[in-house]
Write a protein that binds this ligand. Structure first.
Ligand code: 5GP
Ligand code: ZN
Length: 136
């Protein structure tokens, strides 16, 4: 389940060092090498799955459970004021490492905005069309 040339597989195997803040049989949680805020961490499953599409459902459930646990511990220890959990799938969505991971990003009162996008302004008809496309 390890893929050659995958940087996160190498971190999991110990070939590349990382600052590990939690580890169990299924996951490693490490500090991001280029943190958006103090404590920015990544939940990484030990098995290689490229993204959420490939992730088995039971691993997804465990990842969310771990995210909730880590968010609580990190909030208590870092005294952050809020928290983002981000997960990118595909290059267009900002994914740069193609081994599934979830970003745990503690947010602080005076930190800089890290998530900004320009809102679309769809008409009611376009909204309805989108609703139909997804549900029918
Ligand atoms: P993505 O853009 O794929 O959602 O996130 C990849 C994240 O992995 C980035 O935030 C990046 O800083 C982090 N990253 C890339 N290479 C390494 C590494 O070698 N060690 C650690 N700790 N983080 C890494
Ligand atoms: Zn990998």
């Amino acid at each position: 389940m390890k893929q050659d040339n995958c940087i996160f597989c190498k971190i999991i195997s110990g070939e590349i060092p990382a600052h590990t803040i939690y580890e169990d049989e299924q996951f490693k949680v490490i500090l991001d090498v280029a943190p958006a805020t103090k404590g920015h961490a990544l939940i990484i499953p030990k098995n290689h799955y490229a993204n959420m599409y490939e992730l088995p459902e039971d691993t997804a459930v465990e990842a969310i459970k771990l995210a909730k646990k880590m968010m609580q511990v990190m909030t208590d220890k870092l005294h952050c004021d809020g928290f983002n959990i981000i997960q990118n799938n595909g290059e267009i969505a900002g994914q740069t490492v193609f081994h599934f991971h979830m970003h745990l990003i503690p947010r602080y009162k005076d930190d800089s905005e890290i998530l900004k996008y320009v809102s679309l302004h769809p008409s009611q008809e376009e909204m309805e069309e989108t609703r139909k496309t997804i549900t029918e």
